[in-house]
Design a protein around this ligand. Structure first.
Ligand code: HAM
Length: 434
């Protein structure tokens, strides 16, 4: 193998990374909290495969959506199947709902999921090719209460994490009212075609709603005067949106109406929402772009598109990478600090090492955070490490202590050492640690 190829195989592929240490602890903790809140609101866990039939995403996300057009990791297997690494979780959850006959369960069905998703995007801050999402879906409920519950769960999570976020809401109407808006949108943009960016010229033909999502300066300027869906909504959509907003008021959840919010996936109807990071207006990022932490909406026609059935549904997903990155930058690491270990287990010799594994378990059960070293280190280097880490007590276990059924407790500040029977160690430490 050439040396350059050798070097390459020792690196993660572009847009992916290893997660470990503090960052992984932070993500795990966020996920645990998200799970706990979701469960409390009645959501049950679902886990779908990382690969699905390519057609599932082509049919659900829209032929001209960015994801289907250029971001899917789609491949043909040796057996000839066309599969894709899942770029999102909603279509798979809906597939699972029908595959397992969940329409026969009491409705609505509330599901949460978490895991890796894959999009072939150009990597940049907060944007990865493999990224983590935490998602929620409510299937089989058309009432605005479901939209409100999804938004609520994400809102509560951000609040518990101490994150300041901005909630943006819009309605995209339904089959009744959206066509008129779309028509006016197309004719508006046609009149200004000259100033559109290259991508938007294409979008105008293929997927005009996406014009509202463009970040190019000239297109952003045009958007300001573009027709807004809210002016076209039919009575039923208007009532639904009003109900969602009323729920927000009752729940004292501040929101901003975002008449141009369309989202990047084609399956939405009626409510769409996004949570973005609240940036001080002086921040350079405020101009460059928003940091979108979570997003979602209602997708009442998706079931018909995929399974020919009528099923009202709504959901949303949170980007774990962005949230963890932002929390780290905002120095919210404190959030992950578990109790700092106060005890270091020093063990010398094979016999002590064998005994120490059982001891670790006893400490775990007693909820005493413990550090230990399984390396072949001298007593001196283990004690030095304990003192460098600011540990209060070291426990010393050598061959003699194992034979006698005792252990030494060393107070690291005073250097005082006392011998105790092994059976009294946890009790004694608990008393000393208060
Ligand atoms: P989405 O807006 O495409 O929606 O993704 C949801 C969140 O995932 C985004 O707000 C963002 O934080 C994160 N995200 C998306 N792409 C990346 C990336 N390349 N790198 C890092 N983070 C990323 C959906 O996926 C819908 N399935 C949400 C939904 C559920 N709608 C209804 N139900």
């Amino acid at each position: 193998m050439a040396s350059s190829a050798k070097k390459e195989i020792l690196k993660t592929p572009r847009g992916t990374r290893d997660l470990f240490g503090e960052e992984l602890l932070l993500r795990d903790k966020i996920q645990r909290l998200a799970e706990e809140i979701s469960r409390y609101y009645g959501f049950e866990k679902i886990q779908t495969p990382h690969i699905e039939h390519t057609g599932l995403f082509e049919a659900s996300l829209g032929q001209f959506s960015d994801i289907v057009e250029k971001q899917m990791y789609a491949f043909r297997t040796r057996g000839g199947d066309q599969l894709t690494l899942r770029p999102e979780g909603t279509a798979p959850v809906l597939r699972a709902y029908f595959e397992h006959g969940m329409q026969n369960l009491p409705q609505p069905v509330l599901l949460w999921y978490a895991g890796s998703f894959f999009r072939h995007e150009s990597p940049q801050r907060g944007r990865w090719r493999e990224f983590g999402q935490f998602g929620l879906e409510i299937l089989g409920e058309e009432g605005a209460v479901a939209d409100a519950m999804i938004i609520r769960v994400f809102g509560v999570l951000f609040k518990e994490l101490g994150m300041e976020v901005r909630l943006e809401l819009n309605t995209l109407g339904d089959r009744e009212c959206r066509p008129a808006w779309r028509k006016d949108l197309v004719s508006y943009y046609r009149r200004h075609q000259r100033v559109l960016c290259k991508d938007c010229k294409r979008r105008l033909k293929e997927n005009p709603l996406r014009l509202l999502d463009c970040k190019e300066v000239s297109c952003v300027a045009l958007r300001e005067k573009a027709p807004q869906m809210i002016e076209y909504v039919c009575e039923a959509c208007k009532k639904h949106f009003r109900d969602v907003l009323e729920f927000m008021d009752v729940l004292e959840t501040p929101y901003h109406l975002a008449p141009h919010l369309v989202r990047g996936l084609d399956y939405y109807t009626r409510t769409v929402f996004e949570f973005t990071l609240l940036l001080p207006s002086s921040s350079p990022e405020a101009e460059v772009g928003r940091v979108e932490l979570a997003g979602g909406g209602r997708y009442d026609y998706l079931a018909h598109l995929l399974a020919g059935s009528t099923l009202a549904a709504v959901g949303g997903a949170l980007g774990m990478d962005r949230l963890a990155e932002v929390m780290k930058e905002q120095k919210r690491e404190g959030f992950v600090q578990t109790r700092a270990p106060e005890v270091f287990l020093v063990q010398i010799g094979e016999m002590a090492k064998r005994k120490s594994l059982a001891l670790v378990e006893e400490f775990r059960k007693a909820h005493i955070p413990l550090l230990h070293s399984l390396a072949k280190e001298s007593i001196r280097s283990q004690l030095t490490r304990a003192s460098d880490l600011g540990i209060k007590f070291s426990l010393i276990l050598g061959q003699k202590e194992v034979m006698d059924g005792t252990m030494i407790i060393r107070d690291m500040d005073s250097g005082l050492q006392e011998i105790f029977p092994l059976s009294k160690i946890i009790e004694t430490l608990k008393a000393r640690m208060g």
